[in-house]
Design a protein around this ligand. Structure first.
Ligand SMILES: *Cc1c(COP(=O)(O)O)cnc(C)c1O
Length: 397
């Protein structure tokens, strides 16, 4: 699946362009850079690829989330609805904004559900951050309808789902802003990097300024006279952008390959009684980075990951027992263990996260397993994997 499988001559060539000029900064130095604008070019191509008006690269996906929250004006005391199944970075960025994460249940899409969202609404709700987990979509049209009706900001965490779509519209392009990650274990990588995308020019200008201390970037250099907003440094370097640019140009091929490999495994597994699959509101838009499926219950799911590992089928995740992606084991978060008191903790509406309970999500996550889909499998390796997977699961169900 991830970009780290396919680092090749194209990436080296892009990085060498930058090394040969010595201009590692994404702004200015017009003459010295000899026409190489890697971050800018990446942004233009990403926006075109996703069919959005604007893209702004950041130092990471987490930085992109923080930048998007800031650009959307989300701050102290605002409640932000989030799912309990995500990479913990989604929650970190809400906390760093001084906003209050409010958890809502997921459904068998493995993403925030419209029903869960409705239940979590309060008069202080300002934004909703659905997370398109494991390469595929939430019921994003229904979530968007609710946000539109209630006047809430929709911000998609599409960090794991670049290249995926719902009804031919790119994930990340439905709300006020969308965020992507290009860290080394995502679909494509910059080494480290992320992006905010939007169709709203004001949000783009705010994001672009926020990520560079409030500078505007009219023309190629940084505006020095008139700081737009209080910001920070979430800039990407030209070296990272160069790697990502080469990777972005491989994205269509990556997704095609993943889809083919995934379909072969899924077909074979469909014959297994007791195994069901993650709901995909638009199967054709799945980026196919993972094959996610359900076992009948917690015990069989735990048995299945063990049996798969023993059979040499690597890259299988039982998220319920995972420390980073499901709220159940975020002990540091339950205890609000931080290096200093967080701004949220000073708020009257800060919940007690140590007693949080997500029964609907628990029941789903107990049974869910995701298998990573790789690009580099030979036909023989794929056949072997299919055989080992089916045989291992047969012993369980
Ligand atoms: C990876 C990830 C992030 C953070 O991205 P980084 O680039 O690693 O900072 C945020 N949200 C989700 C869902 C992710 O998977």
């Amino acid at each position: 699946m991830p970009g780290f499988e396919i680092f090749g001559n194209e990436e080296r060539k892009q990085v060498n362009d930058v090394l040969e000029t010595g201009v590692l900064f994404r702004y200015g130095f017009d003459g010295a850079r000899r026409g190489h604008w890697k971050a800018k070019t990446f942004e233009t191509e990403l926006a075109r690829h996703l069919g959005v008006g604007y893209a702004h690269l950041c130092a990471s996906g987490t930085a992109a989330l923080s930048t998007a929250l800031a650009a959307c004006g989300i701050g102290a005391g605002d409640e932000v609805i989030v799912p309990p199944f995500t990479f913990v970075a989604t929650i970190e960025s809400v906390l760093m904004a001084g906003a209050v994460p409010v958890f809502a249940e997921i459904d068998e899409t493995l993403c925030l559900s419209p029903e869960g969202l409705e239940t979590a609404l309060t008069p202080a709700t300002k934004a909703v951050v659905p997370v398109h987990m494991c390469g595929a979509m939430a019921r994003i049209d229904e979530i968007k309808d609710i946000c539109d009706k209630k006047g809430l900001i929709l911000l998609e965490d599409a960090c794991q789902s670049v290249g995926a779509s719902y009804n031919e519209k790119a994930l990340g392009s439905f709300g006020k802003a969308g965020c992507f990650s290009f860290d080394p274990v995502k679909t494509i990588t910059c080494g480290e990097g992320g992006a905010v995308v939007t169709n709203d020019r004001d949000i783009y200008i705010a994001a672009d300024a926020y990520a560079d201390h409030g500078h505007d970037h009219i023309g190629n250099d940084r505006g020095a006279e008139n700081p737009l907003i209080i910001g920070t440094n979430y800039r990407i370097s030209e070296l990272n952008a160069a790697v990502g640019l080469a990777q972005l140009r491989k994205l269509d091929w990556i997704i095609e390959t993943q889809r083919r490999n995934k379909a072969a495994i899924k077909d074979a597994m469909s014959a297994l009684p007791g195994v069901t699959f993650r709901q995909l509101p638009d199967p054709g838009g799945d980026s196919a980075t993972f094959l996610s499926f359900f076992m009948p219950d917690l015990e069989t799911a735990r048995g299945a990951v063990k049996a798969l590992a023993a059979a040499g089928v690597d890259g299988c995740f039982h998220w319920f027992d995972n420390n980073w992606h499901y709220i159940r084991k975020w002990n540091h978060f339950h205890a609000m263990k931080a290096s200093a008191r967080l701004a949220v903790q000073a708020l009257a509406n800060c919940p007690d996260y140590s007693t949080i309970s997500m029964p609907v999500s628990d029941a789903i996550m107990q049974r869910a397993i995701s298998m990573q889909i790789k690009l580099g499998w030979t036909p023989e390796q794929l056949d072997q994997r299919i055989e080992s997977t089916v045989n291992a699961l047969k012993t369980i169900v």
